[in-house]
Ligand binder design. Sequence first.
Ligand code: ADP
Length: 346
Amino acid sequence: MSGLAIREINKAYGPINALSNISLDVENGKFLCLLGPSGCGKSTLLRIIAGLEDASRGQILLDGRDITNEPAHMRNFGMVFQSLALFPHLSVSENIAFALRIRGASKHVQKMEVERLLSLVHLPGVADRSITQLSGGQRQRVAIARALALKPKLFLLDEPMSALDAKLREAMQVELKRLQQELGITTFLVTHDQKEAMTTADLVVLMSGGIIQQVAPPLEIYRNPANAFVADFIGAANLMEGRVVSPGRVGVPGGTVAINEAPTSGAFTFSVRPEDLELHDEASHSSFFGHIAFTRHLGSGIEVNVTVEGMEKDVVVALPSRHESGLTVGRPVHVHVNGATCVVLR
Ligand code: ADP
């Protein structure tokens, strides 16, 4: 089989199970994001793929070949870490050509490769500069160029953009994605930033507590979260408790909503996105009642918190800016729910 196969990887640090039964099949050329809260095992999994850490149990196959026990330097994977780990006493070109030089490439080949890689990461003309003369974003690009110098089979990145400011980070995410598409190189990016994952990934691998919660393309993981953890972690979601009162009719605190996908009876949890809710003065066949508790202007729109008697948390409603007038705190409102946008959770 071609691609990377991760088979029931387990990793324990003493009593801590950092990874439990991680299995994943990755086609060549895909961009995967390992996403999840701090401590969920993302870096441990990446380091095991890289060969920098041994698994307690399990196997890793690359194009059908078992590489579980192959040392890191034999795997020829490109890596970029949060620290970037550039050599500060070497120039840009010496940094990028480092691995080529170790492998005995001629001066001429090194020079050509450095030029090719610098143009690939959109950083021409800085080959002779010292690393200390570069901005954060430029260093980032040099680290990426260095990691790609040996034409690696896998490109592994561990939160490489977390030190950049928000705007530069977003620009780098787009650039990284473009570069990956251009090269068609299988890529794993560790991040705790769901927006970063949504921007870059073909497949998001959402983890928590050392297990995989869901593997899916960004839009699918957003639209069809597998469980409450995923719904809550990916974007803002209102998680609500409902009880079926008749087929497709679900009682919630403050009202009744229409959800076709609801179970036939009993209590269950569903999630609904803030942008799929509306505020009105009147009730509808699918709405519940509450009071405005707080409003937040986000430039692109407004976020309104609605307190509902009997609900533990405020319900968050996202509205376009043009709906701004009259959103005074304390005002009674009916929250209209489009049942087709509700996701019933297991
Ligand atoms: P993430 O990258 O998602 O933040 P990590 O993979 O770094 O998470 O860590 C997963 C779990 O394993 C955490 O509980 C962490 O404390 C633990 N851990 C990671 N590395 C070590 C180590 N070298 N020794 C002991 N525990 C570790």
